[in-house]
Design a binder for this molecule. Structure first.
Ligand code: NAD
Length: 363
Protein backbone atom coordinates (compact mmCIF):
# COMPACT_ATOMS: atom_id res chain seq x y z
CA UNK A 1 0.00 0.00 0.00
CA UNK A 2 1.27 3.52 -0.74
CA UNK A 3 0.05 6.94 0.44
CA UNK A 4 -2.29 7.23 -2.54
CA UNK A 5 -3.73 3.79 -2.01
CA UNK A 6 -5.30 4.12 1.44
CA UNK A 7 -8.88 4.64 0.32
CA UNK A 8 -8.48 1.95 -2.31
CA UNK A 9 -7.30 -0.49 0.37
CA UNK A 10 -10.17 0.47 2.69
CA UNK A 11 -12.66 0.04 -0.13
CA UNK A 12 -11.25 -3.36 -1.08
CA UNK A 13 -11.61 -4.70 2.46
CA UNK A 14 -14.71 -2.69 3.52
CA UNK A 15 -13.12 -0.62 6.28
CA UNK A 16 -15.29 2.05 7.88
CA UNK A 17 -12.85 4.53 9.47
CA UNK A 18 -9.22 5.43 9.90
CA UNK A 19 -8.16 8.00 12.50
CA UNK A 20 -4.72 9.56 12.82
CA UNK A 21 -3.99 10.97 16.28
CA UNK A 22 -1.07 13.19 17.30
CA UNK A 23 -0.09 15.26 20.30
CA UNK A 24 3.30 16.88 20.02
CA UNK A 25 3.57 17.71 23.76
CA UNK A 26 3.26 14.04 24.59
CA UNK A 27 5.42 12.91 21.64
CA UNK A 28 2.40 10.87 20.67
CA UNK A 29 1.40 9.39 17.30
CA UNK A 30 -1.23 6.71 16.85
CA UNK A 31 -3.44 5.16 14.21
CA UNK A 32 -6.94 3.93 15.03
CA UNK A 33 -8.64 1.70 12.47
CA UNK A 34 -12.26 0.65 12.61
CA UNK A 35 -13.01 -2.11 10.17
CA UNK A 36 -16.62 -2.87 11.00
CA UNK A 37 -19.37 -2.03 13.46
CA UNK A 38 -21.93 -4.33 11.84
CA UNK A 39 -22.11 -6.83 14.73
CA UNK A 40 -21.45 -4.28 17.47
CA UNK A 41 -18.94 -1.65 18.57
CA UNK A 42 -15.50 -2.25 17.17
CA UNK A 43 -13.11 -3.89 19.61
CA UNK A 44 -9.41 -4.61 19.41
CA UNK A 45 -6.21 -4.20 21.37
CA UNK A 46 -3.48 -1.60 21.40
CA UNK A 47 -0.18 -2.42 19.74
CA UNK A 48 2.78 -0.36 20.89
CA UNK A 49 5.52 -0.75 18.31
CA UNK A 50 8.35 1.12 16.58
CA UNK A 51 7.33 1.14 12.91
CA UNK A 52 9.74 1.83 10.06
CA UNK A 53 7.26 4.20 8.43
CA UNK A 54 3.84 5.83 8.92
CA UNK A 55 2.48 3.74 6.06
CA UNK A 56 3.62 0.54 7.80
CA UNK A 57 1.70 1.59 10.91
CA UNK A 58 -1.44 2.45 8.92
CA UNK A 59 -1.33 -0.82 7.00
CA UNK A 60 -0.81 -2.81 10.21
CA UNK A 61 -3.77 -1.09 11.90
CA UNK A 62 -6.02 -1.71 8.88
CA UNK A 63 -4.98 -5.36 8.53
CA UNK A 64 -5.28 -6.11 12.23
CA UNK A 65 -8.68 -4.40 12.58
CA UNK A 66 -10.09 -6.53 9.77
CA UNK A 67 -8.73 -9.63 11.48
CA UNK A 68 -10.58 -8.60 14.64
CA UNK A 69 -13.92 -8.43 12.77
CA UNK A 70 -13.42 -12.01 11.64
CA UNK A 71 -12.17 -13.14 15.04
CA UNK A 72 -15.23 -11.83 16.89
CA UNK A 73 -17.67 -13.03 14.25
CA UNK A 74 -16.28 -16.57 14.20
CA UNK A 75 -16.13 -16.69 18.02
CA UNK A 76 -19.83 -15.82 18.21
CA UNK A 77 -19.28 -12.41 19.85
CA UNK A 78 -21.19 -9.25 19.01
CA UNK A 79 -18.32 -6.93 18.27
CA UNK A 80 -16.87 -5.48 15.12
CA UNK A 81 -13.16 -5.17 14.45
CA UNK A 82 -10.88 -2.33 15.47
CA UNK A 83 -7.22 -1.84 16.27
CA UNK A 84 -5.00 0.85 17.72
CA UNK A 85 -1.39 1.17 16.76
CA UNK A 86 0.75 3.50 18.85
CA UNK A 87 3.97 4.44 17.06
CA UNK A 88 6.51 4.37 19.88
CA UNK A 89 9.23 2.28 21.43
CA UNK A 90 7.55 -0.48 23.49
CA UNK A 91 10.21 0.18 26.15
CA UNK A 92 9.16 3.83 26.50
CA UNK A 93 9.00 4.76 30.16
CA UNK A 94 6.53 7.67 30.31
CA UNK A 95 3.57 5.25 30.24
CA UNK A 96 1.15 7.52 32.09
CA UNK A 97 1.51 10.37 29.59
CA UNK A 98 1.36 7.99 26.65
CA UNK A 99 -1.73 6.04 27.71
CA UNK A 100 -3.68 8.94 29.20
CA UNK A 101 -3.17 10.81 25.92
CA UNK A 102 -4.44 7.78 24.02
CA UNK A 103 -7.38 7.53 26.44
CA UNK A 104 -8.49 11.05 25.47
CA UNK A 105 -8.57 10.09 21.80
CA UNK A 106 -10.46 6.83 22.45
CA UNK A 107 -13.01 8.70 24.54
CA UNK A 108 -13.77 11.00 21.62
CA UNK A 109 -15.10 7.99 19.71
CA UNK A 110 -17.90 7.71 22.28
CA UNK A 111 -17.87 3.93 22.60
CA UNK A 112 -17.60 3.05 18.90
CA UNK A 113 -14.30 1.42 19.86
CA UNK A 114 -13.47 -0.71 22.91
CA UNK A 115 -9.87 -1.60 23.51
CA UNK A 116 -7.43 -3.64 25.56
CA UNK A 117 -3.96 -5.15 25.62
CA UNK A 118 -1.90 -6.34 22.69
CA UNK A 119 1.79 -6.56 21.83
CA UNK A 120 3.88 -4.07 23.82
CA UNK A 121 1.20 -3.12 26.34
CA UNK A 122 0.42 -4.25 29.90
CA UNK A 123 -2.48 -4.26 32.36
CA UNK A 124 -0.82 -1.30 34.12
CA UNK A 125 -1.08 0.66 30.86
CA UNK A 126 -4.80 -0.14 30.76
CA UNK A 127 -5.20 1.47 34.19
CA UNK A 128 -3.80 4.75 32.83
CA UNK A 129 -6.15 4.49 29.87
CA UNK A 130 -9.10 3.90 32.20
CA UNK A 131 -8.37 7.23 33.95
CA UNK A 132 -9.44 8.98 30.76
CA UNK A 133 -12.01 6.68 29.15
CA UNK A 134 -14.43 3.93 30.23
CA UNK A 135 -14.03 2.14 26.88
CA UNK A 136 -11.40 -0.31 28.10
CA UNK A 137 -12.10 -4.06 28.06
CA UNK A 138 -8.98 -5.51 29.62
CA UNK A 139 -8.72 -4.40 33.23
CA UNK A 140 -7.46 -5.80 36.53
CA UNK A 141 -10.10 -7.40 38.76
CA UNK A 142 -10.00 -4.56 41.31
CA UNK A 143 -11.24 -2.23 38.55
CA UNK A 144 -14.07 -4.56 37.52
CA UNK A 145 -12.13 -6.42 34.85
CA UNK A 146 -11.31 -10.09 34.54
CA UNK A 147 -7.55 -9.66 34.99
CA UNK A 148 -4.76 -10.90 32.67
CA UNK A 149 -6.10 -12.47 29.47
CA UNK A 150 -2.96 -14.01 27.97
CA UNK A 151 -3.30 -17.33 29.86
CA UNK A 152 -6.79 -17.66 28.32
CA UNK A 153 -5.47 -16.88 24.87
CA UNK A 154 -2.89 -19.62 25.49
CA UNK A 155 -5.55 -22.04 26.75
CA UNK A 156 -7.63 -21.34 23.61
CA UNK A 157 -4.66 -21.96 21.30
CA UNK A 158 -4.14 -25.31 23.00
CA UNK A 159 -7.80 -26.24 22.39
CA UNK A 160 -7.30 -25.44 18.68
CA UNK A 161 -4.07 -27.44 18.75
CA UNK A 162 -5.89 -30.45 20.21
CA UNK A 163 -8.52 -30.25 17.46
CA UNK A 164 -5.72 -30.02 14.88
CA UNK A 165 -3.84 -32.96 16.43
CA UNK A 166 -6.98 -35.07 16.25
CA UNK A 167 -7.27 -34.23 12.56
CA UNK A 168 -3.67 -35.04 11.60
CA UNK A 169 -2.51 -37.57 14.21
CA UNK A 170 -5.86 -39.22 14.98
CA UNK A 171 -5.80 -38.24 18.67
CA UNK A 172 -6.13 -34.90 20.45
CA UNK A 173 -3.67 -35.92 23.17
CA UNK A 174 -0.69 -33.57 23.03
CA UNK A 175 1.39 -35.66 25.45
CA UNK A 176 4.67 -36.60 23.80
CA UNK A 177 4.07 -34.34 20.80
CA UNK A 178 7.06 -32.19 19.82
CA UNK A 179 5.94 -28.56 19.69
CA UNK A 180 8.21 -25.77 18.42
CA UNK A 181 7.19 -22.44 19.95
CA UNK A 182 8.34 -19.13 18.45
CA UNK A 183 8.02 -16.15 20.83
CA UNK A 184 7.88 -16.46 24.61
CA UNK A 185 6.00 -13.32 25.59
CA UNK A 186 2.77 -13.26 27.60
CA UNK A 187 1.00 -15.84 25.42
CA UNK A 188 3.94 -17.95 24.23
CA UNK A 189 5.31 -18.47 27.74
CA UNK A 190 1.87 -19.49 29.01
CA UNK A 191 1.43 -21.95 26.12
CA UNK A 192 4.81 -23.45 26.94
CA UNK A 193 3.86 -23.84 30.61
CA UNK A 194 0.49 -25.41 29.83
CA UNK A 195 1.98 -27.79 27.23
CA UNK A 196 4.75 -28.74 29.66
CA UNK A 197 2.08 -29.76 32.18
CA UNK A 198 0.34 -31.86 29.54
CA UNK A 199 3.65 -33.61 28.80
CA UNK A 200 4.53 -32.22 25.34
CA UNK A 201 8.19 -32.00 24.31
CA UNK A 202 9.07 -28.36 23.77
CA UNK A 203 11.55 -26.59 21.52
CA UNK A 204 11.55 -22.85 22.12
CA UNK A 205 12.97 -19.58 20.84
CA UNK A 206 12.75 -15.84 21.43
CA UNK A 207 14.79 -12.92 20.12
CA UNK A 208 15.18 -11.96 23.76
CA UNK A 209 17.90 -14.34 24.99
CA UNK A 210 17.19 -13.70 28.65
CA UNK A 211 13.55 -14.72 28.26
CA UNK A 212 14.55 -17.73 26.21
CA UNK A 213 17.11 -18.91 28.80
CA UNK A 214 14.78 -18.41 31.73
CA UNK A 215 11.90 -20.37 30.12
CA UNK A 216 14.30 -23.13 28.99
CA UNK A 217 15.74 -23.48 32.50
CA UNK A 218 12.34 -23.44 34.17
CA UNK A 219 10.84 -26.30 32.21
CA UNK A 220 13.87 -28.01 30.73
CA UNK A 221 12.94 -27.23 27.11
CA UNK A 222 15.41 -27.27 24.21
CA UNK A 223 16.32 -23.75 23.12
CA UNK A 224 17.23 -22.85 19.52
CA UNK A 225 18.28 -19.61 17.83
CA UNK A 226 15.37 -17.50 16.45
CA UNK A 227 16.03 -18.39 12.82
CA UNK A 228 16.49 -22.12 13.53
CA UNK A 229 12.94 -22.59 14.77
CA UNK A 230 11.66 -23.10 11.19
CA UNK A 231 13.99 -26.09 10.68
CA UNK A 232 13.10 -27.97 13.85
CA UNK A 233 11.95 -31.54 13.39
CA UNK A 234 8.60 -31.31 15.18
CA UNK A 235 4.94 -32.36 15.09
CA UNK A 236 3.51 -28.89 15.61
CA UNK A 237 4.83 -25.40 14.89
CA UNK A 238 3.37 -22.76 17.21
CA UNK A 239 4.04 -19.14 16.14
CA UNK A 240 3.53 -16.71 19.05
CA UNK A 241 5.60 -13.70 17.99
CA UNK A 242 4.64 -11.29 15.21
CA UNK A 243 2.72 -11.63 11.94
CA UNK A 244 3.85 -12.52 8.40
CA UNK A 245 6.15 -15.34 9.51
CA UNK A 246 4.50 -17.94 7.26
CA UNK A 247 5.91 -16.97 3.88
CA UNK A 248 7.60 -18.35 0.77
CA UNK A 249 10.97 -18.48 2.59
CA UNK A 250 9.85 -20.14 5.83
CA UNK A 251 7.11 -22.58 4.72
CA UNK A 252 9.43 -24.82 2.61
CA UNK A 253 11.62 -25.23 5.72
CA UNK A 254 8.83 -26.41 8.04
CA UNK A 255 8.94 -30.10 9.04
CA UNK A 256 5.73 -30.17 11.07
CA UNK A 257 2.29 -31.56 10.21
CA UNK A 258 0.32 -28.82 11.99
CA UNK A 259 0.69 -25.06 12.44
CA UNK A 260 -1.25 -23.65 15.37
CA UNK A 261 -0.23 -20.56 17.31
CA UNK A 262 -1.27 -17.27 18.87
CA UNK A 263 0.31 -14.71 16.53
CA UNK A 264 -2.07 -12.54 14.53
CA UNK A 265 -1.78 -12.46 10.72
CA UNK A 266 0.61 -15.41 10.52
CA UNK A 267 0.19 -15.80 6.75
CA UNK A 268 2.18 -13.13 4.90
CA UNK A 269 -0.59 -13.25 2.32
CA UNK A 270 -3.34 -15.66 1.31
CA UNK A 271 -1.13 -17.61 -1.12
CA UNK A 272 0.84 -18.86 1.86
CA UNK A 273 -2.29 -20.59 3.15
CA UNK A 274 -2.49 -22.45 -0.17
CA UNK A 275 1.21 -23.30 0.01
CA UNK A 276 0.85 -24.82 3.49
CA UNK A 277 -2.02 -27.01 2.26
CA UNK A 278 0.00 -28.07 -0.82
CA UNK A 279 2.89 -29.04 1.48
CA UNK A 280 0.58 -31.28 3.51
CA UNK A 281 0.61 -29.03 6.59
CA UNK A 282 -2.68 -28.39 8.34
CA UNK A 283 -3.10 -24.72 9.28
CA UNK A 284 -5.32 -23.94 12.28
CA UNK A 285 -6.30 -20.36 11.35
CA UNK A 286 -4.82 -17.74 13.69
CA UNK A 287 -7.93 -15.76 14.48
CA UNK A 288 -9.93 -18.91 15.22
CA UNK A 289 -7.47 -20.35 17.74
CA UNK A 290 -6.21 -17.11 19.31
CA UNK A 291 -9.62 -15.69 20.27
CA UNK A 292 -9.48 -17.07 23.84
CA UNK A 293 -8.41 -13.82 25.50
CA UNK A 294 -11.07 -11.84 23.63
CA UNK A 295 -13.78 -14.36 24.51
CA UNK A 296 -12.70 -14.47 28.15
CA UNK A 297 -12.52 -10.69 28.42
CA UNK A 298 -15.86 -10.06 26.73
CA UNK A 299 -17.70 -12.33 29.15
CA UNK A 300 -17.79 -9.64 31.84
CA UNK A 301 -19.40 -6.95 29.69
CA UNK A 302 -22.81 -6.07 31.07
CA UNK A 303 -22.54 -8.82 33.70
CA UNK A 304 -20.42 -9.67 36.68
CA UNK A 305 -17.11 -11.41 36.19
CA UNK A 306 -17.49 -15.21 36.15
CA UNK A 307 -14.23 -17.00 35.48
CA UNK A 308 -15.75 -20.49 35.21
CA UNK A 309 -18.30 -19.40 32.60
CA UNK A 310 -15.66 -17.44 30.68
CA UNK A 311 -13.25 -20.40 30.65
CA UNK A 312 -15.98 -22.74 29.38
CA UNK A 313 -16.58 -20.37 26.48
CA UNK A 314 -12.87 -20.33 25.64
CA UNK A 315 -12.83 -24.14 25.62
CA UNK A 316 -15.33 -24.06 22.72
CA UNK A 317 -12.45 -23.04 20.44
CA UNK A 318 -11.91 -26.81 20.06
CA UNK A 319 -15.33 -27.22 18.39
CA UNK A 320 -14.98 -24.01 16.34
CA UNK A 321 -11.64 -25.22 14.98
CA UNK A 322 -13.21 -28.58 14.11
CA UNK A 323 -15.99 -26.72 12.30
CA UNK A 324 -13.41 -24.88 10.20
CA UNK A 325 -11.65 -28.14 9.27
CA UNK A 326 -15.01 -29.65 8.31
CA UNK A 327 -15.95 -26.69 6.07
CA UNK A 328 -12.51 -26.95 4.42
CA UNK A 329 -12.94 -30.69 3.75
CA UNK A 330 -16.52 -30.36 2.55
CA UNK A 331 -15.75 -27.52 0.14
CA UNK A 332 -12.26 -28.72 -0.81
CA UNK A 333 -10.66 -25.42 0.18
CA UNK A 334 -7.73 -24.39 2.42
CA UNK A 335 -8.55 -23.84 6.09
CA UNK A 336 -7.81 -20.08 6.07
CA UNK A 337 -10.58 -19.64 3.52
CA UNK A 338 -12.93 -21.94 5.48
CA UNK A 339 -12.43 -19.72 8.55
CA UNK A 340 -13.38 -16.63 6.54
CA UNK A 341 -16.52 -18.39 5.33
CA UNK A 342 -17.52 -19.26 8.90
CA UNK A 343 -17.07 -15.62 9.98
CA UNK A 344 -18.72 -14.09 6.91
CA UNK A 345 -21.77 -16.34 7.25
CA UNK A 346 -22.30 -15.24 10.84
CA UNK A 347 -21.93 -11.53 9.97
CA UNK A 348 -24.50 -11.97 7.20
CA UNK A 349 -26.92 -13.87 9.44
CA UNK A 350 -26.73 -11.50 12.41
CA UNK A 351 -26.38 -8.15 10.66
CA UNK A 352 -30.10 -7.44 10.63
CA UNK A 353 -30.64 -8.24 14.30
CA UNK A 354 -30.68 -5.59 16.98
CA UNK A 355 -27.82 -6.33 19.34
CA UNK A 356 -28.29 -6.76 23.10
CA UNK A 357 -25.46 -4.39 23.98
CA UNK A 358 -27.00 -1.29 22.44
CA UNK A 359 -27.32 1.45 25.04
CA UNK A 360 -25.72 -0.88 27.56
CA UNK A 361 -23.34 0.64 30.01
CA UNK A 362 -19.93 -0.92 29.65
CA UNK A 363 -18.13 0.30 32.77
P1 NAD B 1 4.44 -10.19 23.67
O1 NAD B 1 4.91 -8.86 23.20
O2 NAD B 1 4.23 -10.39 25.14
O3 NAD B 1 5.44 -11.35 23.18
C1 NAD B 1 5.97 -11.46 21.90
C2 NAD B 1 7.30 -12.19 22.06
O4 NAD B 1 7.78 -12.54 20.77
C3 NAD B 1 8.39 -11.33 22.73
O5 NAD B 1 8.98 -12.06 23.80
C4 NAD B 1 9.38 -11.07 21.60
O6 NAD B 1 10.72 -10.93 22.06
C5 NAD B 1 9.19 -12.30 20.74
N1 NAD B 1 9.59 -12.16 19.34
C6 NAD B 1 9.37 -11.14 18.49
N2 NAD B 1 9.86 -11.42 17.27
C7 NAD B 1 10.40 -12.67 17.36
C8 NAD B 1 11.06 -13.53 16.45
N3 NAD B 1 11.27 -13.17 15.19
N4 NAD B 1 11.49 -14.73 16.88
C9 NAD B 1 11.30 -15.12 18.17
N5 NAD B 1 10.68 -14.35 19.08
C10 NAD B 1 10.24 -13.14 18.68
O7 NAD B 1 3.11 -10.50 22.86
P2 NAD B 1 1.94 -11.51 23.24
O8 NAD B 1 0.88 -10.77 23.96
O9 NAD B 1 2.52 -12.75 23.83
O10 NAD B 1 1.36 -11.83 21.79
C11 NAD B 1 2.03 -12.69 20.89
C12 NAD B 1 1.25 -12.76 19.58
O11 NAD B 1 -0.07 -13.26 19.84
C13 NAD B 1 1.05 -11.42 18.88
O12 NAD B 1 1.05 -11.61 17.49
C14 NAD B 1 -0.34 -10.98 19.33
O13 NAD B 1 -0.96 -10.09 18.42
C15 NAD B 1 -1.04 -12.31 19.37
N6 NAD B 1 -2.19 -12.36 20.27
C16 NAD B 1 -2.04 -12.05 21.59
C17 NAD B 1 -3.14 -12.11 22.44
C18 NAD B 1 -3.01 -11.85 23.92
O14 NAD B 1 -3.92 -12.24 24.69
N7 NAD B 1 -1.93 -11.24 24.39
C19 NAD B 1 -4.40 -12.45 21.92
C20 NAD B 1 -4.51 -12.77 20.56
C21 NAD B 1 -3.40 -12.72 19.74
Amino acid sequence: MNANGIFEYMKKYNHENLFLCQDDRADFKAVIAIHSTVLGPAAGGIRLWKYDSEMDAIEDALRLSRGMTYKYAAAGLNFGGGKIVVMADPKREDREVLFRTLGKFINRLGGKLLTGQDVGTTLDDMEYLFMETPYVNTLPQYLGGIGPISPSTAFGVIQGMRAGAKEVFGSDDLKGKVVAVQGLGSVGSSIVEQLHEIGSNLVITDINQEVSNSVANKIGARRVAPDEIFDVDCDIFCPCALGGILNEHTIPRLKCKLVCGAANNQLKDERQGDLLAQNGILYAPDYIVNSGGAVYDADRLGRTVNIERATKKVARIYQTTEKVFNIAKKKGIPTYRAADILAEERIKAISGVKRFWENMEIR
